[in-house]
Design a protein around this ligand. Structure first.
Ligand code: NDP
Length: 444
């Protein structure tokens, strides 16, 4: 059996209860076959794939906290430190009831390649909790964050592991987490990114993932003889990534007409109004039904269905496995010609395959949404320098990084005879750098 097949079989056996992790490893290793086959003997001797797919460390801890009624609750806390070959572990914290070890391992694995693609010195990690921030008071959120950090602080540091936000972890949570870290460790250092501007945050970090996604998409289209200007976009999600993707889409001359949350989705024929969206989601933390009330032409649909909207470009920006085979078929039938992932692994393997086979330009999240972590790395640099750059400076660097990522991905795909296969290109480009560093550092 080939080395890739051996490893996939082992992964499936050893991680039988972790479907998301198996899915992510399968997607990556399948597309790396041509690279691995060229070096099969050496990689097998060094157990390279076993080391690459086994996290350096997985932490699972108890997070007890007290609600406003005095009731004690216990959640699971996770931090998976996946790979530190090219820099300190870096990756977000997710607070959502769907979080489990499989989800955090898949995200940490993907993060390793994404961080490598940015060209910046950051390794891969991810963490979070099955805590549900929805409906909690500020005090309850603070109590949870403090308890979570009381344990996590033992394992992180500005040169060791630098978490950031993700689903359910925004500016408020990062503030509480940072305060508790500083209180216990008594050091003022850039241990988290996504911080507030008054205590070491970077301008443009909040916008970076969404803006970066659009810079990437613009370059993808340009290099395929198309323009972003004038195009209709279907966007899912209504959180950090979706909101700033929508904002940048307008700025670049496109028209985003949808957004969604975990209960339903909006079609706005006039285009999604960013200020209304921010008011509903960032300020009021309300449902999208509130958006529909504020915009007379907008239609709210309960449940799923955002991909049934005719569009030129689709940007899934909510969560994993939100774009299924039937959605891919609908997008293709409705004339969509590009899908760029703002979220992590939002497209199922079957849907990805369908899109690629039907000539739709498909870009995986690890390349298209890398602007967030890249700007987090820029925040780390500013913290080390004890300087703050202007918005324009950070934004300009972000643009350069995203354009660069696109070309690295594109070139890697071409070099291995798979021009236009951006999944393979992203995996290959990310993989080669990590493997080079791992090999140089010996068997560790
Ligand atoms: P937010 O929490 O700000 O927003 C997430 C959005 O997705 C919300 O609208 C939420 O709905 C919706 N959502 C979450 N879970 C589900 C679900 N199970 N079904 C349907 N909708 C859901 O998160 P972000 O915008 O930060 O993250 C979105 C995606 O982008 C994630 O995959 C994340 O890993 C990825 N990402 C984020 C980066 C960042 O910098 N923030 C960087 C790179 C990737 P509701 O409002 O109802 O909760």
């Amino acid at each position: 059996m080939s080395y890739v097949n051996d490893i996939l079989a082992q992964i499936a056996e050893k991680n039988a209860s972790e479907p998301e992790f198996i899915q992510a490893v399968t997607e990556v290793l399948e597309s790396l076959r041509p690279v691995i086959e060229r070096n099969e003997e050496a990689y097998r001797r060094d157990a390279l794939l076993e080391r690459l797919t086994t996290p350096e460390r997985c932490l699972l801890f108890r997070v007890p906290w007290v609600d406003d009624q005095g009731q004690v609750h216990v959640n699971n806390g996770y931090r998976v430190q996946f790979n530190s070959a090219i820099g300190p572990y870096k990756g977000g914290l997710r607070f959502h009831p769907s979080v489990n070890l499989s989800v955090i391992k898949f995200l940490g694995f993907e993060q390793t390649f994404k961080n490598s693609l940015t060209g910046l010195p950051i390794g891969g990690g991810k963490g979070g909790s099955d805590f549900d921030p929805k409906g909690k008071s500020d005090r309850e959120i603070m109590a949870f964050c403090q308890s979570f950090m009381t344990e996590l602080q033992k394992y992180i540091g500005a040169n060791t592991d630098v978490p950031a936000g993700d689903i359910g972890v925004g500016a408020r949570e990062i503030g509480y987490l940072y305060g508790q870290y500083k209180r216990i460790r008594d050091v003022y250092e850039g241990v988290l990114t996504g911080k507030g501007l008054s205590y070491g945050g970077s301008l443009a970090r909040k916008q970076a993932t969404g803006y970066g996604l659009l810079y990437f998409t613009q370059e993808l289209l340009r290099c395929n003889g198309k323009a972003l200007e004038g195009k209709i976009l279907a966007v899912s999600g209504a959180g950090n990534v979706a909101t700033y993707a929508i904002e940048k889409a307008w700025q670049l001359g496109a028209k985003p007409v949808t957004c969604s949350d975990s209960t339903g989705w909006i079609y706005d024929p006039d285009g999604i109004d960013v200020e209304t969206l921010k008011q509903v989601k960032e300020v009021k933390r309300a449902r999208l039904t509130e958006y529909a009330k504020a915009r007379p032409n907008a239609v709210y649909h309960e449940g799923k269905g955002v991909w049934s909207t005719p569009c030129d470009v689709a940007l899934p920006c909510a969560t994993q496995n939100e774009l299924h085979l039937e959605d891919a078929k609908m997008l293709a039938a409705n004339g969509c010609f590009a899908v760029c992932e703002g979220a992590n692994m939002p497209t199922t393997l079957e849907a990805t395959k369908y899109l690629q086979e039907h000539g739709i330009l498909f870009c995986p999240g690890k390349a298209a949404n890398a602007g967030g972590v890249a700007t987090s790395a820029l925040e780390m640099t500013q913290n080390s320098e004890r300087l703050s750059w202007t918005f324009e400076e950070v934004d300009q660097k972000l643009q350069g990084i995203m354009v660069n990522i696109f070309h690295n991905v594109d070139d890697a795909a071409k070099e291995y005879g798979m021009a236009g296969n951006y999944v393979a290109g992203a995996n290959i480009a990310g993989f080669l750098k990590v493997v080079d560093a791992m090999t140089a550092q010996g068997i560790v």
